[in-house]
Design a protein around this ligand. Structure first.
Ligand code: Q9C
Ligand code: ZN
Length: 334
């Protein structure tokens, strides 16, 4: 399978994150991608398709924030990486403010996603990897893999969060639409709900979004991913959420994936984009599902049997030592 990756994606390396009340080493380490790349053996450098596909999904003011906030943070005399501490939630009106902390709150959903001077460039390259895999499939590959990192599915059109800055799978879906694919399906099988992707396509009837994830009543991102969220307007019914309890293993996960695939088939998708997280692994340090390495091959084979051209985009997965084997297992199913 063709695999796309840019080692420049590794330059993004925040030191710490706020987790359950204390600062701990950042879970989304560069070594994640390095380990996957080592297991895959060889990867292709993606073509640089520029900022236009990113601007088709993300707001111009948010992109400007990602590029400029680290320098403004340093100018304000702050140590470390950009991190918000106050959010414009609970019915607050939109205000045009200029203080860096006001902007950090406006453009983020959490305090566990630091923005560094290298973040924009790494996220940009991560997008290009996703576009590389997507275009490979549009040009005839049955399946292709994007070793994207940092991940993307928690990022919205104008916000970062959950270790994500740019939403690669959303950019890929929009690029496919712009290349003439009429109906695109995104299946998100990361442990966490893909809130950013859901928000971006919430009112869209041309991009179906299905997500299998830990019940947001117990797990991040809490405020999205509940079973009654189905999209609105033209997008009503084009969002499908299948939350599962902590402890879920392969049997229940596989049944949920069959249900999602049936819905995707009913939608009439011509292209499948998979947001693949290996944080459903039993040994994941921040997650609570129970999939084994061999289970990923079963999930990959079930997806492959759907017969759709498929681009797989890497999302989470934090058991660094097992990550390469888990990804290789999943890809072996195709
Ligand atoms: N440490 C992805 O898997 N953790 N993101 C919550 C407490 C955030 C995971 C903060 C988990 C985000 C792409
Ligand atoms: Zn995740």
């Amino acid at each position: 399978m063709r695999c796309f990756h840019d080692p420049g994606q590794l330059a993004h390396a925040p030191a710490t994150e706020l987790h359950n009340g204390e600062f701990v080493p950042y879970a989304e380490k560069p070594g994640r991608a390095a380990g996957i790349a080592a297991t895959l053996g060889s990867t292709e450098l993606p073509q640089d398709r520029g900022e236009a596909p990113i601007r088709a999904v993300h707001d111009a003011d948010y992109i400007e924030f990602l590029k400029t906030a680290p320098a403004r943070w340093a100018e304000a005399g702050r140590p470390g990486d950009v991190i918000g501490y106050i959010w414009p939630t609970v019915r607050k009106r939109a205000l045009k403010l200029d203080r860096i902390d006001a902007l950090a709150g406006q453009y983020s959903i959490d305090a566990s996603t630091p923005l560094t001077a290298q973040t924009w460039d790494a996220a940009y390259r991560s997008v290009q990897s996703a576009l590389g895999a997507t275009h490979a499939v549009l040009e005839g590959e049955r399946a292709a893999f994007a070793l994207s990192r940092p991940p993307g599915h928690h990022a919205g059109a104008d916000y970062l969060g959950g270790y994500c800055y740019l939403n690669h799978v959303a950019v890929a879906a929009q690029a496919a639409r712009d290349a003439g694919v009429e109906r695109v399906a995104i299946l998100d099988i990361d442990y966490h709900h893909g809130n950013g992707t859901q928000d971006i396509f919430w009112e869209r009837g041309d991009v179906f979004f299905a997500s299998i994830h830990a019940d947001p009543a117990t797990d991040f991102p809490f405020y999205w991913g509940h079973a009654d969220e189905r999209g609105e307007g033209a997008g009503e019914g084009a969002t499908l959420n299948l939350p599962l309890p902590r402890g879920t293993g392969i049997d229940a996960f596989r049944r949920a994936q069959e249900q999602a695939l049936a819905a995707i088939e009913g939608f009439g998708a011509e292209l499948l984009l998979v947001s693949f997280g290996a944080d459903t692994y039993v040994g994941d340090p921040i997650s609570q599902f129970a999939l084994e390495t061999a289970d990923y091959a079963v999930l990959g084979a079930d997806l492959s049997a759907a017969g759709l051209p498929t681009a797989i985009v890497m999302e989470g997965g934090y058991a660094v030592d097992a990550l390469g084997a888990n990804v290789a297992s999943f890809l072996s199913g195709f």
